[in-house]
Design a protein around this ligand. Structure first.
Ligand code: SF4
Length: 483
């Protein structure tokens, strides 16, 4: 370890955000890195704990103290090699991960945790800048072929690992561009799409084939999959949760992902601008306090909304870890995001009761009631409506950001795959194998809606088991546990 006790000398510092009034003028990323000297100081804040809880807090098992040390010493290439040994795509997690590693960082008990997520991003960006990230072709080809369905983070990670093992990999993507949720579901201001493109170029050069506009079971027959020795399904959890309350068919009520996707597509194809759901001059309500809700808030502000209001049914996350809450682990996504800082009236413990329409069927208001959670030991928390707190909120647009309930049914039905009790494709983390022996699944399609870091982790784990299925054993890395 390099400098000891850096945490005593240096405060936590993070990337600098462009001023709100400037960044809401466009859809570009808006952070500027710290100076290289400051980045190295941030690496020195790591205490190299005997038991690094950050490591176990990271679903990928990233070797965090090791790369912090290399950053501190200015050994950026070594830091990159350490980071890439567990994470195929640090440029995605370094931008989008809610950083469970930082919540687990021991330094966080007495001070601000080490800024691990930013450090990941600095390392990988240095790698691209210096040209260190190059295609690595497998030493031999096994003669086996694998189809990966879905090109989000789980599919891409599985594809790269299986290609490294020497299999010929073809990735099928239903959209016109590769990336899954990262491509159109995540706004450009959080992930510029060139970041995906430069990584895809590497994967293509390594020998992976990508087929876009190829929706298996819809415009490509499932029989196509029979041409492959193994299949990995990584199509995500795309069925958006509905809000079945009176008036939900009002004109002006939209699913969040519809709003976000149309906006991002229009940035790259001016023919699609007319399809954008414009929030300009509108009074917008976003229901749901997670990452997708936050993305709707940021997008509405960039459109020039008149007002943006956010409702969340959960209580405001407590500052102290010891405060009793209805859930043992508070959802990481309920933090204050940069989009909330850009302008938003955020309301907690609100239940939505009814959409109010005019005689043309247009949304004009939303009725709500305040709630509280009753905690009874040994039972599920109960939601109690508080009498006399009913309120009507005039509005023109509502975006529903209530999460996803699982994969579309088409593919599992066509392939006769078993589902679990939550309607995800059934496969355990012991081998990621479905009830059809040569069909595997990983990421949100198996796990349900989750974090990008979990998707990459599952893609890597599944790849190991697919390789073992095809070859009898596998030398691809495997984490001890992935539950
Ligand atoms: Fe460093 Fe925090 Fe991990 Fe300890 S828990 S090794 S301080 S990053």
């Amino acid at each position: 370890m390099g400098e000891l006790g850096g945490f005593k000398k240096y405060d936590r510092k993070q990337e600098i955000n462009t001023a709100v009034k400037d960044r809401v003028q466009n859809f570009k990323e808006f952070t500027s890195p710290l100076s290289v000297a400051e980045q190295q100081k941030q690496g020195s804040r790591c205490m190299d704990c005997g038991i690094p809880f950050c490591h176990s807090g990271c679903p990928l098992g990233n070797l965090i103290p090791d790369f912090n040390d290399m950053v501190h010493k200015g050994e950026w290439k070594k830091a990159l090699d350490i980071l890439h040994s567990t994470n195929n795509f640090p440029e995605f997690t370094g931008r989008l991960c809610p950083a469970p590693c930082e919540k687990a960082c021991v330094l966080g008990i007495i001070d601000q945790p080490v800024s691990i997520e930013n450090t990941e991003k600095y390392i990988v960006e240095k790698g691209f800048e210096k040209g260190w990230i190059k295609p690595k072709l497998p030493n031999y080809r096994t003669g086996k072929s694998v189809a990966v369905v879905g090109s989000g983070p789980a599919g891409l990670a599985a594809a790269q690992q299986l290609n490294r093992a020497g299999h010929l990999v073809t990735v099928f993507e239903r959209e016109d561009e590769v990336g899954g949720l990262l491509r159109y579901g995540i706004p450009n201001f959080k992930l510029e799409k060139e970041v995906i493109d430069r990584r895809i170029q590497i994967l293509e050069a390594e020998g992976i084939t990508f087929k876009t506009n190829a929706n298996i079971g819809v415009n490509v027959s499932v029989d196509k999959l029979k041409e492959f020795d193994a299949v990995v399904l990584c199509g995500g959890a795309t069925k958006a949760r509905a809000l079945n309350i009176p008036g939900s068919d009002a004109k002006g009520v939209h699913q969040a992902m519809d709003f976000l996707t149309k906006q991002t597509k229009a940035l790259f194809n001016s023919d699609l601008e007319s399809e954008v759901i414009s929030a300009k001059g509108k009074n917008v309500i976003v229901i749901g306090g997670g990452d997708t809700g936050s993305d709707c808030i940021g997008t509405s502000n960039r459109h020039g909304a008149n007002s943006v209001t956010n409702f969340e049914i959960m209580p405001k996350p407590p500052k102290a870890r010891s405060v009793q809450t209805p859930w043992p682990f508070w959802p990481l996504q309920l933090k204050t995001s940069s989009s909330h800082e850009e302008g938003c009236d955020r309301n907690w413990l609100i239940n939505t009761k009814e959409f109010v329409k005019n005689d043309k069927g247009e949304l004009i208001a939303l009725k709500t009631v305040e709630v509280e959670w009753k905690i009874i030991p040994g039972e599920r928390p109960q939601l109690i409506e508080i009498e006399g707190t009913e309120k009507t909120w005039p509005c023109d647009l509502v975006f529903l950001a209530l999460g996803f309930t699982g994969p579309e049914k088409t593919l599992p039905e066509l392939l006769n795959l078993d589902l679990d009790f939550r309607s995800n494709i059934k496969a355990s983390t012991s081998n990621y194998q479905t009830n059809i022996p040569n069909i595997f699944t990983a990421g949100d399609m198996r796990r349900g809606q989750s974090l990008i870091v979990w998707a990459i982790s599952e893609g890597r784990q599944a790849a190991h088991h697919v390789d073992a299925y095809l070859m009898g054993s596998s030398s691809l890395p495997l984490k001890d546990s992935n539950d």
